[in-house]
Write a protein that binds this ligand. Structure first.
Ligand code: PML
Length: 250
């Protein structure tokens, strides 16, 4: 059947590339007959004003010509922690388990703290050997795109795994699974830019999707999304993440 990717982005203060602040985004990969419904859902998400009123809104619908990659969602684990320190400690242990050198992790935290890397819309690449940022995408970062997870299949999975059936989790697991399947990526570290959502995760093919209940302070508006990469062909890795059509199937 014909498939289409749908991408939505909403910003305040003009388009992102003109300095607008990111408000929300969405990704879908659907059959033709689902386009209308999904575009409506995305417009609802963009216009719900919970993160501010956008003055720029773009929805892009494109036919998929390449073959689609079907991926199994990463195995999921949840860690309940009592403090930010405990959560960040857990994240560091998990990154080490993925083979990221301790010195690189320390450097990565300095990269995160650098005001130049604040408020990124997409992800940063950090070289596992040098701890330096290598995506050369400035304040834009890399936006993982052209991916989706069929709602019914996600609900089955979430019910079986006793996980919240939230859109946020569906999107995060979809993204993390696509990213983990990129051979150059050794691990991902992520927490939300939503000021009242404290749960984040570390993920990779080796450890799966490991949620940590507290990775930031309540009220903090700065999120984080880092892909730890082997000195790699950055361009082909970015091309895979942005363009390869990917569907999750449990
Ligand atoms: C979860 O597993 O609860 C999702 C964590 C990351 C959410 C990032 C985001 O807000 O998009």
């Amino acid at each position: 059947a014909d498939r289409y990717t749908i991408r939505m982005r909403a910003a305040k203060g003009g388009p992102h590339e003109n300095g607008g602040k990111h408000i929300s985004g969405g990704e879908a990969l659907v059959k033709e007959e689902e386009i209308k419904r999904v575009v409506h859902t995305m417009l609802d998400k963009a216009l719900d004003h919970s993160r501010g009123k956008p003055d720029f809104l773009q929805v892009t619908v494109e036919e998929v010509v390449e073959p689609i990659d079907y991926l199994k969602p990463l195995p999921i684990h949840s860690h309940q922690v009592n403090s930010l320190q405990e959560g960040q400690g857990k994240a560091i242990n998990l990154l080490e388990l993925c083979g990221i050198p301790t010195s690189t992790i320390e450097k990565a935290y300095r990269v995160i703290a650098n005001p130049l890397n604040r408020g990124l819309r997409g992800a940063m690449f950090i070289d596992i050997d040098t701890g330096q940022r290598v995506d050369r995408r400035g304040e834009k970062g890399v936006r993982v795109s052209r991916m989706d997870w069929n709602e019914e299949n996600f609900i089955l999975w979430a019910t079986r795994k006793k996980i919240n059936k939230s859109l946020r989790i569906k999107e995060a697991v979809t993204l993390a699974t696509k990213v983990a399947n990129c051979p150059e990526v050794m691990a991902e570290l992520c927490w939300s830019d939503d000021p009242d959502y404290l749960t984040g995760y570390v993920s990779s093919i080796k450890i799966g999707y490991q949620r940590i209940s507290k990775l930031k302070k309540f009220g903090d508006e700065s999120g984080c999304r880092i892909f730890f990469v082997r000195a790699c062909d950055v361009t082909s890795c970015i091309d895979y993440l942005e363009n390869r059509p990917t569907l999750l199937l449990w």
